[in-house]
Design a protein around this ligand. Structure first.
Ligand SMILES: NC(=O)c1ccc[n+]([C@@H]2O[C@H](COP(=O)([O-])OP(=O)(O)OC[C@H]3O[C@@H](n4cnc5c(N)ncnc54)[C@H](O)[C@@H]3O)[C@@H](O)[C@H]2O)c1
Length: 393
C-alpha cells in the first residue's frame, strides 16, 4: 500500500523555497506557504502541491491543515511562531538557530514537552557526503575516542552580496554576534560524536574593515572552546568572516585523525599512527566519499546535498519512523553555546556552564533571562554585538 504523503507548510519563503524543493523530493506535499513579501511567494510556487494555500500572514496560514511546518522566517523570530505551531499540534522544522535568548530556549523546551508534535532543528551541514563519512567512521570505532574536534564555517561576503541578503539596516545579519550562528561549525561535530556541550568560553575578533560599505555592525569571528560530555574539547569560530569562504571539520582521536580536506570540500583524509593502523588499511588515505543512498536526489539539493537528508529526516519523523537527531535539547544546547559563548566574549573569556534543559532547575535558572543583541524590541534587554576594536581603545 502506498504511504500517505505528509503535508508540510513553509513559513518564510526565501530560504524556505530551497528546502521546499528538497522536502518534495523526499516525498512530502508542500500544501501551504506564507511570506509577507509577494516576490518570495512567487519563488516558492514551483514547489507547491496542487491547490496549495498561499498566505501573506501567519494568523491565516496556521489554520491551514498541515502535519509539519518549516520555520524559515527571520533568524531572531523563530521561537514565538514555533511555539504557536506546537500548541496547535503541528510539528516544527526550525531553521537555525533555535532560540536567541536563554528565556526563549526554556519556553521552547516547555512547549515541546507539552505538545504531541515533534520539534527538529534544520541543521544541514552534518549531512554532506564527507561529514556523513566522518560520522560513519567515528561511530564504527575505528578512529578510537575523540579527544579534540574543530569545525569551521567561514562565510565572508562582499558589500554587494551582503546587501542582497540584508535588505534593511535593522536586518538580523547586521547585528548577529559571530558565536550565535554556530550550528554549521558545531553541528557536524555533535552529529558525528553524539557528545553534548558542558561548558563554554569565547574570544571575539573585531575587524571593522570587513563591514565597510555595509550596515553590518558585528564582529568577524568568535572562537569558542567547549568541554564536551565525553571528556573531549571542541573548538569552533561560529560564523566567521575571515578570508576565504570554506568549511573545515576535524576529529582528532586516540587512534586516528579524520578531517575534510581544507579548501576541497569533497575529499576527506584519514590518518593513523603506524602502531594503530588497522590491518589491511593504509596509514594515510585521502578519498572522495559518496552519499550513502539517494545520491541522485541529494545532488539536486543545496549545501552539498545536506538539504536533502535533513528534509528526508523530517519527513520520516512525521511518518513516525524515527526521532530527530537535532531535537529540542540538542538544538537549544547549541543556541546556549552561541548566547553564553557571546557573554563570555564580552567578559574576556569567562567560562559558562551550558544548562541541560531536561532539568527543571536549569530551566528555572534561565526562564527570565532576556539579554539579546538583536534590535527586536519586545522587552528584550539589549547587549552589544561587538567587543569593539581594540586598536580604537
Ligand atoms: N541551514 C542553512 O543552510 C540556511 C541557509 C540560509 C538561511 N538559513 C536560515 O533561514 C532563516 C531565514 O533566512 P533567509 O536567508 O531566508 O533570510 P531572511 O531572514 O531575510 O528571510 C526571511 C523571510 O521570511 C519572511 N518573513 C519574516 N517574517 C515574516 C512574517 N512575520 N510573516 C510573513 N513572512 C515573514 C520575509 O519576508 C523573508 O522572505 C534564518 O534563520 C537563517 O539562519 C539557513
Amino acid at each position: 500500500m502506498e504511504e500517505k504523503k505528509v503535508k508540510i507548510g513553509v513559513f518564510g519563503c526565501f530560504r524556505g523555497s530551497s528546502i521546499a524543493k528538497c522536502l518534495k523530493l523526499a516525498g512530502a506535499d508542500i500544501v501551504a506557504a506564507c511570506d509577507k513579501n509577494p516576490d518570495m511567494l512567487e519563488r516558492i510556487k514551483p514547489h507547491l502541491a496542487e491547490g496549495a494555500g498561499i498566505y501573506d500572514n501567519f494568523d491565516d496560514f496556521i489554520n491551514h491543515e498541515m502535519d509539519g511546518c518549516v520555520v524559515a522566517n527571520y533568524y531572531y523570530e523563530h521561537v514565538p511562531f514555533a511555539i504557536r505551531l506546537l500548541e496547535k499540534g503541528i510539528s516544527v522544522l526550525s531553521e537555525c538557530t533555535a532560540n536567541i535568548t536563554m528565556a526563549e530556549g526554556v519556553a521552547l523546551v516547555r512547549a515541546v514537552e507539552a505538545s504531541k508534535a515533534k520539534y527538529m532543528l534544520l541543521e544541514n551541514y552534518p549531512y554532506s557526503a564527507p561529514n556523513q563519512e566522518i560520522a560513519r567512521l567515528y561511530q564504527s570505532g575505528i578512529l578510537g575516542r575523540v579527544m579534540y574536534a574543530h569545525g569551521e564555517y567561514v562565510h565572508p561576503m562582499s558589500a554587494s552580496e551582503h546587501k542582497h541578503y540584508t535588505p534593511t539596516p535593522d536586518h538580523w545579519r547586521n547585528h548577529i554576534p559571530p558565536t550565535y550562528y554556530n550550528t554549521h561549525a558545531f553541528g557536524p561535530l555533535m552529529r558525528a560524536t553524539g557528545a553534548m556541550p558542558l561548558t563554554i568560553s569565547g574570544q571575539s575578533v573585531c575587524r571593522p574593515e570587513i563591514n565597510e560599505n555595509t550596515d553590518r555592525k558585528c564582529d568577524a569571528l568568535g572562537l569558542m572552546i567547549c568541554k564536551m560530555s565525553d571528556g573531549s574539547v571542541f573548538t569552533f569560530p561560529g560564523n566567521a568572516s575571515f578570508a576565504v569562504h570554506n568549511t573545515w571539520y576535524r576529529l582528532a582521536c586516540t587512534k586516528a585523525q579524520a578531517e575534510t580536506v581544507r579548501f576541497d570540500e569533497k575529499h576527506i583524509r584519514v590518518a593513523y599512527n603506524s602502531y594503530t593502523t588497522p590491518e589491511g588499511e593504509p596509514s594515510d588515505k585521502t578519498y572522495t566519499p559518496s552519499f550513502p543512498y539517494d545520491a541522485d536526489k541529494a545532488s539536486k539539493c543545496g549545501h552539498s546535498g545536506g538539504d536533502y537528508y535533513v528534509a528526508l529526516e523530517f519527513v520520516e519523523v512525521l511518518q513516525g519512523k524515527r526521532e530527530p537527531f537535532f531535537d529540542v535539547y540538542r538544538a537549544t544546547a547549541m543556541s546556549s553555546c552561541g548566547i553564553l559563548g557571546w557573554r563570555s566574549c564580552l567578559e574576556e573569556g569567562k567560562m559558562y556552564r551550558i544548562p541541560d534543559f531536561h532539568r527543571e532547575e536549569d530551566k528555572k535558572m534561565y526562564e527570565n533571562d532576556h539579554l539579546c543583541p538583536f534590535e527586536r524590541g519586545n522587552g528584550l534587554t539589549p547587549i552589544p554585538c561587538t567587543v569593539g576594536d581594540i586598536t580604537q581603545q
